[in-house]
Design a binder for this molecule. Structure first.
Ligand code: SF4
Ligand code: SF4
Length: 378
């Protein structure tokens, strides 16, 4: 069943359109924040928390905020907020009427204050450094994932305004990249992009995995050094918009769910910190415990055995819930499919994983034995 998904939607079939259902899970019974070593905690057990209240700061400056309101319970390294469903929220004094009015120093300050960096991407340092180029890669870089697509559709003007602001304030040559399969985004951008002369809009071909930042920089912007390029995805851009415009962190996130039907997917809007098992039960309502579950990229074939113990974070992008695979060979049958498909031309079965591997997952995807060939060190 996994292999039946193939690479049809984005890669081989220009006409194919998926039937995508939009769902919401915005009122979880609780949300959770994991406490890591070195975190500074700003809440106490039993304290009432408002939406947008600062909960903790990690050693790398990344901050975590309450996304629901209610009472905090701290035990076993987890801060759990029990949702009182009153949606009581902090209102920031920092909100601005027009993005155009915001100065460079204010953008840096608000992004630092809200700890806007995520996934170890040092956005604020790039603002302060020698960046010359801003590349907004608004594509969903994994197959069968549509979160950026819908975030962009839902906030198109705000996001274009934010690119314009960053380009002007930081003197950056700004590029917006989409691929032609980004549903309505391409047409919507084309219709208004002439109002944004600061933004170079490019449609990039989508041949997995060639739309990753690393490959884009090499193929299209080779005249720039890596330290001169600030890459932002749609979510990072939206976080910056929200911080600068409203003076607040973003509480919501989109996650794509696919049940193995190549023609159908769900894009679910939910809250950071919500439990993934609850998310599935309260939206699509299927029994995922009897299925094979993969997170983010079904091609890498890294199974998720404990969906019910995970929460929504920036690292969770999609959930693939497939019927269990049967009749799988128990070891390598030397079919050669993995080497045939490898886009960088290495042998994925070699004793040591070649340093050229870009961990695209295609070798795992085609392997009939279901081997995970890329979990090894390079
Ligand atoms: S070895 Fe596998 S994961 Fe690495 S580049 Fe080749 S196909 Fe992709
Ligand atoms: S695809 Fe899997 S079974 Fe085939 S050669 Fe590669 S590792 Fe072995």
């Amino acid at each position: 069943m996994v292999l039946e998904l193939k690479l049809t939607y984005k890669f081989n079939n220009d006409e194919k359109k998926l039937d995508i259902e939009r769902l919401e899970f915005l009122e979880p019974e609780s949300t959770e924040v994991y406490i890591r070593e070195g975190d500074t905690i700003y809440v106490n057990d039993g304290e009432y928390l408002y939406i947008n209240q600062l909960i903790k700061e990690a050693t790398n400056g990344i901050k975590t905020y309450a996304t629901i309101s209610g009472t905090a319970k701290i035990e076993n390294g987890v801060i759990k907020i029990m949702n009182d469903k009153s949606e009581s929220s902090f209102v920031s004094a920092e909100a601005v009427d027009k993005l155009d009015d915001v100065k460079k120093e204010e953008i840096i300050k608000i992004c630092e204050t809200l700890g806007i960096d995520y996934e170890s991407k040092p956005i604020v340092n790039k603002f302060k450094g020698n960046s010359k180029l801003l590349i907004v890669n608004a594509m969903d870089v994994e197959p069968y994932q549509f979160n950026s697509n819908y975030l962009f559709q839902d906030n198109i003007r705000d996001l274009l305004d934010t690119i314009k602001l960053l380009s002007r304030r930081f003197n950056l040559n700004a590029h917006l990249l989409l691929n032609k399969y980004d549903d309505n985004n391409v047409d919507s951008v084309k219709a208004i992009i002439n109002e944004y002369p600061d933004i170079n809009f490019q449609i990039i071909k989508d041949v997995y995995p060639f739309n990753t930042n690393q490959v884009i920089a090499k193929e299209h912007f080779y005249e720039y050094k890596p330290e001169e390029i600030l890459f932002l995805d749609a979510f990072a851009l939206y976080k910056i918009f929200y911080a600068v415009k409203n003076g607040l962190p973003v509480a919501e996130r989109y996650i794509t769910v696919n049940l193995g039907d190549p023609n159908r997917a769900y894009v679910i809007k939910t809250k950071y910190g919500a439990n993934l098992g609850d998310l599935i039960k309260n939206t699509i309502n299927i029994d995922y415990e009897e299925k094979d579950v993969y997170l983010n990229n079904f091609m890498r074939k890294v199974k998720c055995e404990n969906l019910g113990s995970l929460i929504v974070t920036d690292n969770i992008k999609s959930i693939f819930i497939f019927p269990k695979e049967e009749n799988i060979p128990s070891k390598c049958i030397k079919c050669g499919k993995c080497a045939d498909i490898c886009p960088v031309g290495i042998n994925p079965t070699a004793k040591k994983l070649d340093s050229a591997c870009i961990r695209c997952g295609l070798c795992n995807f085609v392997c009939p034995a279901g081997l995970n060939l890329i979990s090894r060190e390079k």
